[in-house]
Design a protein around this ligand. Structure first.
Ligand SMILES: NC(=O)c1ccc[n+]([C@@H]2O[C@H](COP(=O)([O-])OP(=O)(O)OC[C@H]3O[C@@H](n4cnc5c(N)ncnc54)[C@H](OP(=O)(O)O)[C@@H]3O)[C@@H](O)[C@H]2O)c1
Length: 312
């Protein structure tokens, strides 16, 4: 038996249950993982906040984990190749990662780089693959100037690091308390809030802003992006699904087939970068699995200061 957080009604984490569940033995193409850390993302609570078409309760919470293999289905290899019981792995995108143990499709599981802690590995891929896709769909390239909304957040710091590898300069919004984190990952910080456009133009020093990447979703972020970037195809949001169409800008999400395909394809590259120390996952805090609600309160307040993980 395992413990697993589940939403049994639509709504916030106060109504979720820590259920005792059977862990099915892995069939061919599946593996079982003992969870050492569950990554936490805003999607974990947003996706069960209200009823979603096609989704049936109870919903097991959590899209990414890191841990050890406890069982491997017959004739099964994982996403990174052959594996043995006891190997350290990370897995994304799974369902029900806020758990002590779970059985998942083997193709979503990869060998964990030895130098990555479990909380880091458990938080690498949701934010990392999103960041990579934001840069890809907007075609960010060498010598360009990019505006990033939410530069100090989980997706933001991944964008900063991957944009630097593409040779782009990033002007990134954050609150002043987060400026040092933005600078540490190579960004030029500017404060969000009234007067944002002028501050971005000032930071750009007369250079055009070639693309805008929004990881915040405020009207301010969308408006300043549209004022500074003429080509709507070079503006992407991950946090304003409800307003992207009317504004004629891009919206991407892991639930969209094209996004899922890109994100799956880039997983191995990001794991390799993280293993070399070339893609850092800053972890702000870990919490016992039972303290899920406290951790989600910090995450939902909007300024977690790095990634959070649940540790069984
Ligand atoms: N569509 C997708 O595929 C996808 C994937 C991943 C995430 N997301 C969404 O993207 C967003 C960011 O996710 P995350 O994991 O990076 O979150 P996070 O780590 O919690 O970061 C939140 C960021 O928002 C900033 N922020 C807070 N209030 C703000 C405001 N009023 N104006 C501007 N910035 C503000 C914070 O900056 P300071 O702390 O410096 O104030 C922080 O950098 C969430 O809405 C999440 O649901 C979407």
């Amino acid at each position: 038996m395992a413990l697993q957080w589940r939403a049994t009604t639509w709504g916030g984490p106060e109504s979720w249950e820590l259920a005792e569940v059977e862990v099915p033995p892995p069939a061919s193409g599946e593996v079982t993982i003992r969870v050492r850390a569950a990554g936490m993302n805003p999607a974990d609570y947003k996706h069960v906040a209200s009823e979603r078409p096609g989704v049936v309760l109870p919903v097991a919470i959590g899209y990414e984990v890191s841990g050890e293999l406890t069982a491997i289905g017959p004739d099964t290899v994982i996403g990174s190749g052959p594996a043995s019981v006891g190997d350290e792995v990370l897995a994304f995108r799974v369902q029900g990662g806020y758990a002590t143990e779970l059985t998942v499709p083997a193709e979503k599981v990869f060998a964990k780089p030895a130098d990555l802690s479990h909380p880091e590995a458990a938080n690498l891929l949701l934010a990392g693959t999103t960041a990579a896709e934001m840069l890809e769909v907007t075609g960010v390239g060498r010598g360009e100037t990019v505006l990033l909304h939410g530069g100090s957040g989980a997706v933001g710091v991944a964008v900063l690091q991957l944009a630097a590898r593409r040779g782009a300069r990033v002007i990134a919004t954050a609150s002043p308390a987060s400026f040092d984190r933005v600078r540490a990952y190579g960004g030029v910080p500017v404060a969000y809030g009234p007067g944002l456009r002028a501050r971005v133009e000032d930071a750009a020093g007369g250079a055009p802003v070639d693309a805008a990447l929004d990881a915040v979703g405020t009207d301010e972020a969308l408006e300043v992006s549209q004022e500074l970037v003429g080509d709507r195809d070079r503006i992407v949001t991950i946090a304003a699904a409800d307003r992207a169409d009317e504004r004629g800008i891009r919206w991407i999400a892991g639930s969209l087939p094209a996004s899922a395909a890109y994100r799956d394809a880039v997983r191995a590259e990001l794991i390799a970068l993280a293993g070399e120390g070339a893609l850092i996952v800053p972890v702000a805090a870990t919490y016992p699995l039972r303290d899920m609600r406290e951790a989600l309160r910090v995450l939902a307040a909007g300024h977690p200061g790095g990634k959070l993980a649940l540790v069984p």
